[in-house]
Design a protein around this ligand. Structure first.
Ligand SMILES: NC(=O)c1ccc[n+]([C@@H]2O[C@H](COP(=O)([O-])OP(=O)(O)OC[C@H]3O[C@@H](n4cnc5c(N)ncnc54)[C@H](OP(=O)(O)O)[C@@H]3O)[C@@H](O)[C@H]2O)c1
Length: 285
């Protein structure tokens, strides 16, 4: 039996939808912490088990009879410690195989968001040391996040960010969910690290050009300083933590930290992932 962690989140919902498309309802159960959010699954006759990663003592029942656990990472600020305890609970309960969704980045030690993102690699280490079988899905940046980062004014005024000429191999969360569901239903992925990325990588100049083609208007990309972006974000009322995350992530983009491209997503999908034009059309439709 497969357990889908984070099943009520955005990526988890895509995974569940794809598992249903494969008629695999009897092969998985959904982990949720909020009964209201889990109602969508109860209504479809999907088994739901309730648990909170911040209460690992109660996860024994959640992991009972589970062979394979899709561990979708959280965004908790204590993520390293929290997720480590979840790994321990899974091992103690006899889970055989963990599939963990981490991060596709070149050098975590030089990352502008190291303090949060290093916990992905600490969790991978904890899983390796546990003796359970593992598969690591190192996910690139969701294409869906482009809209948030470039802001609502991008389609009228242009893109103003300190991203330089750094490129990111964006992929749609829908396609990442589809690839993850395919993997969960297959054998032979144990001990593998997959870089879940697009087949190409794109800069903000590429995004601006794509949006220009899409809208028929000239949408420019203009480089600004980190200080200028920080001032704009502060003026919009954004709290300190998301400001730190946004600035550090864009610094990583500028420094080429996301420039990893692989064909692992294509392999798991069984087709090429969507192009930048196709992704932006889907996002801005
Ligand atoms: N690749 C990227 O661009 C990117 C961007 C942002 C985040 N991420 C990472 O990818 C993960 C999945 O993305 P997403 O868009 O699906 O995020 P999401 O919608 O926030 O989903 C996170 C899921 O984790 C669950 N969760 C969080 N804390 C938990 C806890 N203490 N116990 C049990 N479940 C808990 C949430 O439960 P509830 O539904 O009850 O809230 C939710 O189902 C994120 O959590 C983050 O680590 C990646």
């Amino acid at each position: 039996m497969i357990l889908i962690g984070g099943s009520t989140g955005q990526l988890g919902k895509e995974v569940v939808a794809q598992l249903l498309r494969h008629n695999a309802k009897e092969r998985f159960v959904a982990l949720a912490r909020d009964p209201d959010k889990a109602k969508i699954y109860i209504d479809q006759g999907i088994e739901v088990r309730y648990g909170d990663f911040d209460d690992p003592g109660k996860l024994t029942a959640v992991f009972d009879g589970i062979d394979r656990f899709l561990f979708i990472s959280t965004m908790s600020t204590n993520r390293g410690e929290q997720q480590g305890l979840v790994v321990d609970a899974a091992r103690a309960a006899g889970v055989r195989h963990i599939v963990y969704t981490g991060l596709a980045i070149r050098d975590i030690e030089r990352s502008g968001v190291r303090d949060l993102m290093a916990s992905h690699f600490e969790t991978e280490d904890r899983i390796r040391e546990s003796g359970m079988k593992w598969t690591f899905l190192r996910n690139t940046m969701y294409a869906e996040a482009i809209a948030q980062i470039i802001g609502p004014q991008a389609l009228s005024d242009g893109i103003f960010l300190p991203g330089g000429i750094g490129r990111v191999p964006y992929a749609l969360r829908t396609e990442m969910g589809e690839a993850t569901a395919n993997l969960l239903l297959q054998e032979g992925h144990e001990g593998k690290i997959y870089q879940i990325t697009g087949n190409s990588a794109w800069s903000y100049t590429d995004i601006a050009a794509s949006l220009s083609r899409m809208t028929g208007r000239n949408i420019p990309y203009k480089e600004i300083s980190e200080e200028a972006l920080a001032a704009t974000l502060r003026a919009s009322g954004m709290p300190d933590f998301p400001i730190w995350l946004t600035l550090g992530t864009i610094r990583d983009i500028r420094n080429g930290q996301y420039e990893i491209t692989s064909h692992d997503l294509e392999m798991l999908l069984g087709r090429a992932p969507k192009s930048l034009d196709q992704m932006l059309s889907a996002i801005f439709a």
